[in-house]
Design a protein around this ligand. Structure first.
Ligand code: ATP
Length: 235
């Protein structure tokens, strides 16, 4: 197992935003987490990357317990987090934004190879590499945040609402890119409000309700389940 939480509980003051959640992802999968606003999806990702402390339970990555480690140690171990809201450096060029993603790396000789890989995944970033990040469209900024996260060579990528505010065409593009990244041996935890996209893009899925796992299983099975269709797919 690449990543696992065991009975994870996370509080804001006295309120549990995540309550006794056990999840697993192996090293070749995409899993998605769907759920209503406030279900705890973002909190789960923030805790996985060390930005928020767990109050109970454990988090394991590649055989190491990581729930007491700092965010920078967790990045170095191979978990990269793309938070909601496209936080790029607006006044830096696209290429400098990408290079910031490599700050933890010492294998400088491989960085240009990885930049070329990013330009292959995201041709628009190659065309715009000298432009300021802030001049990119919303969709292009989202591509840049994903590419920047990949520059740290993660084995697990955490994607928080990558399709928020994107056109249907770009939603499909994000889904395609997630699959391409996964084929290059990067596991992905995808958090989405767009449940249909998330279920179609992933192998396994977890439904969070009020901080607890309400359902889990094969994504295609959940896509066809009555509860998921009624509650999350507007059917
Ligand atoms: P959304 O889809 O709206 O982003 P979510 O599923 O990602 O929702 P979280 O943002 O993780 O849910 O929030 C889970 C719960 O924790 C909510 O009840 C929310 O109000 C609460 N919460 C989140 N961040 C904080 C915070 N910084 N301080 C206090 N409570 C918080």
């Amino acid at each position: 197992m690449l990543f696992e939480t065991k009975s994870l509980t996370v509080h804001y003051d006295k309120v549990a935003a995540i309550n006794n959640v056990s999840m697993k992802i192996d090293d070749s999968s995409i899993i998605c987490i769907i759920g209503a606003n406030g279900a705890g999806k973002t909190t789960f990702l923030r805790t996985a990357s060390g930005l928020k402390n767990a109050s109970e339970g454990e988090i394991w990555f590649d055989g190491l317990r990581i729930d007491r480690l700092s965010p920078s140690k967790i990045v170095k171990l191979g978990i990269s987090h793309v938070p909601e809201g496209r936080r790029i450096f607006q006044k830096m060029s696209v290429i400098d934004n990408l290079l910031l993603g490599c700050y933890i790396r010492s294998d400088h000789e491989n960085i240009s190879k990885d930049l070329n890989r990013m330009f292959h995944y995201f041709p628009v970033l190659k065309e715009r590499q000298k432009q300021l990040g802030g001049s990119l469209s919303g969709g292009e900024q989202q591509m840049l945040t994903i590419a920047r996260a990949l520059m740290s060579q993660p084995r697990l990528l955490l994607l928080d609402e990558p399709t928020l505010g994107l056109s249907p065409l770009l939603v499909k593009e994000v889904s395609r890119i997630a699959k391409t990244i996964n084929e290059a041996n990067v596991a992905i935890i995808l958090v989405e409000q767009n449940s249909r996209m998330a279920l179609r893009s992933s192998h396994r899925a977890y439904v969070l309700e009020l901080g607890q796992i309400a359902m889990e299983g094969n994504s295609m099975d959940l896509l066809n389940s009555d509860h998921v269709r009624k509650a999350y797919l507007g059917a």
